[in-house]
Design a protein around this ligand. Structure first.
Ligand code: ZN
Length: 102
């Protein structure tokens, strides 16, 4: 595991940021690499295997909308920072749409 990935796990207290599980952890790219997401700290978060599978290749806003409200509130800022940091074109175009969709 790279230093960047280790740092992400430390930052997340070695827990899944969605469900709090402390094992079977993976490092997730908030904006998927297939959608232009970078392998940089601002685009990484710790997810357990199950939560990572549920996120799959969804764009981050679509994923966020599927989460329970208290999780969504906790993660919203982080997800938005990752999106703006990555500046994926298609997500910017969908910005207005996604924000009113939840
Ligand atoms: Zn989880």
């Amino acid at each position: 595991m790279s230093t960047t990935h280790k740092r992400t796990k430390n930052h997340d207290h070695n827990k899944c940021v969605v469900c709090g599980l402390d094992h079977n952890l993976t490092i997730d790219h908030i904006v998927p690499r297939s959608k232009g997401g970078k392998d940089k700290p601002k685009n990484l978060m710790t997810l357990c295997f199950k939560c990572n599978q549920e996120k799959a290749n969804l764009d981050p806003w679509t994923w966020l909308c599927k989460l329970p409200e208290f999780v969504r509130n906790r993660l919203e800022t982080r997800i938005n920072v990752a999106i703006f940091f990555n500046e994926p074109k298609e997500l910017h175009l969908n910005f207005g749409y996604m924000m009113t969709w939840c």
